[in-house]
Design a protein. Structure first.
Length: 261
């Protein structure tokens, strides 16, 4: 795992954007994995800015989102499909139907999950997966206790996650759905490159458990330890509980120039 600590959240977004742009410049038909939550928003803003400057095109790319609430009507502003549309898709040049998410409105949720897995496989898998992390160490909506090899499936949300996400629902936790569909940790682990973004003190313990704790379903993000190409991009506050910070800084400083993440 490569742990990179940079001075600001803006630089976290900028380094992540470098990785996405480098991928798309070399492989314009690449498959992206998109996350929701506040962590990737600055990355998406940076990608939009670079697209407007003509530095990157998504015209041949495809993308799969990580997860979706169950119970929100299609088009609900907080459905993750709408968030991705609003925060990225509407402002760049993805082709029609190029961005997909799990269908949280499906009558048969298990079937929708199976079909989503198949669609990801049919696309050749995700090349670069953007990830955030919950304060309890969840990734996508894989809450503590999730199987490390799980696939896309319906899942109940932890109370902590509903409380954390209430800010997107006007602070009303009772409006946050209690069920979701989420790519599993096994699904996520098949992506070619995992790029996890975390900023702020509130993520420090989850980040430390992810990077330096035992591999454990108690911290679902610790599954990144098994991945051959996982990058954790942090601001200093999110890195503040790491014991081996000095080593990570040394490794990053000694990385050959131009190699990227
Ligand atoms: N399902 C999403 C996750 O994909 C996200 O990583 C997490 C952290 O969100 P934030 O980045 O807003 O802290 O929240 C949600 O629950």
């Amino acid at each position: 795992m490569e742990v990179v600590v940079v001075p600001s959240a803006e630089q976290v977004a900028s380094l992540a954007a470098d990785a996405v742009c480098r991928l798309l410049q070399g492989a314009p038909g690449a498959v992206l994995g998109l996350a929701t939550g506040s962590s990737p928003l600055a990355l998406y803003a940076e990608l939009i800015a670079r697209h407007r400057r003509g530095e990157v095109s998504f015209a041949r790319a495809r993308a799969f989102t990580l997860d979706e609430y169950v119970g929100l009507p299609a088009g609900h502003p907080e459905s993750y499909r709408e968030v991705i549309r609003r925060e990225l898709e509407d402002h760049v040049d993805f082709g029609p139907g190029a961005v997909r998410g799990p269908d949280g409105t499906a009558a048969d949720l298990d079937r929708a999950c199976r079909e989503y897995e198949q669609a990801i496989r049919a696309a050749g898998g995700v090349d670069l997966q953007v990830l955030g992390i919950g304060t309890d160490g969840h990734v996508a909506f894989n809450e503590p206790g999730s199987s490390l090899t799980s696939l896309t499936r319906p899942k109940a949300l932890a109370q902590q996650t509903r409380t954390d996400n209430a800010r997107f629902f006007g602070g009303r936790v009772q409006e946050v759905p209690s069920l979701c569909l989420t790519q599993g940790l096994g699904t996520i682990g098949r992506a070619g490159h995992l790029v996890l973004l975390a900023c702020g003190q509130q993520k420090a313990q989850a980040v430390a458990a992810t990077v330096e704790g035992p591999l454990s379903a108690s911290c679902p993000a610790s599954v990144l330890q098994l991945h051959p190409h996982a990058t954790v991009l942090l601001d200093p506050a999110a890195a503040s509980a790491l014991r081996h910070r000095g080593y990570y800084d040394l490794a990053w400083a000694n990385k050959p120039a131009g190699q990227g993440l």
